[in-house]
Design a protein around this ligand. Sequence first.
Ligand code: AMP
Length: 289
Amino acid sequence: MQIAKTRDVLRNAVDALRPQGAGRIALVPTMGALHEGHLTLVRRAREQADHVVASIFVNPKQFGANEDLGAYPRQLAADAAMLEAEGCALLWAPTVEEMYPPSFVTNVSVAGVSDGLCGAARPGHFDGVATVVCKLFNQVQPDIALFGEKDFQQLAIIRAMARDLDLIRPHVDAIIGVPTVREADGLAMSSRNRYLSPEQREQAAALPRAMRTAIAGLESGAPVADTLAALEADVVAAGFASVDYAVLADAASLTPLSALGAGPARLLVAGRIGGTRLIDNMAVNGSQG
Ligand code: AMP
């Protein structure tokens, strides 16, 4: 597996993978500190393309001033070994200066779907995500790109961006969402789980448990507001410091729902345990994922 750290090296490596434009390339963007969730994306990518390009870039633009940019785990050598073992062809690992030279002035902002949920809790976060993913798409020019449903709002934003900006590579239908990979106790895998103490790690499993209880209630007709309030109370009782949001939303538009309708819905929650912010989401109403 080749590791490209500059755009010139990347371009030559991508051209070498796809001589005369032949062969399909899948892109798996990540911030590194890889776990089974990321590796599952790489495996799905291999099934659907001839070559997999992964990227590792801890994107400063998507971290708020008081967030964990400095503390975010960085382990490029270990990550590269994992990607190589999964059959990844190329790793794009630019420096911050390579991605954002001093002259950089552009921002990609996706209105509407970015506004609520994590967008409300983390101002500017999704502009940072959309900007870097737009750049990654242009740099690598993949035929398909894979993202986790773990970051459900992010996936919706990237799809909207691909549609609105007429991205050809990958176009909107070529952006593939992969179901969340979980630990044995149900906690969604996340690079941030390593911030948790053993006690917090145990408490964190209360989040998916409470979400499943809430979904069972919603699907058997319990009122939405009461169910969400009970979910918040459950996770706080289990040791979470606070809940940023617990929302039932339309699965496509992410518009909050006050009652379950006929269409696919999603339960999305963000909570803080100690100083760590965890997010999760699950399908409601028999919808997929
Ligand atoms: P990150 O490194 O956290 O930016 O994540 C990189 C990609 O991996 C994103 O598309 C995430 O949605 C995806 N991802 C992260 N955790 C999981 C998980 N537990 N299951 C599936 N995909 C995941």
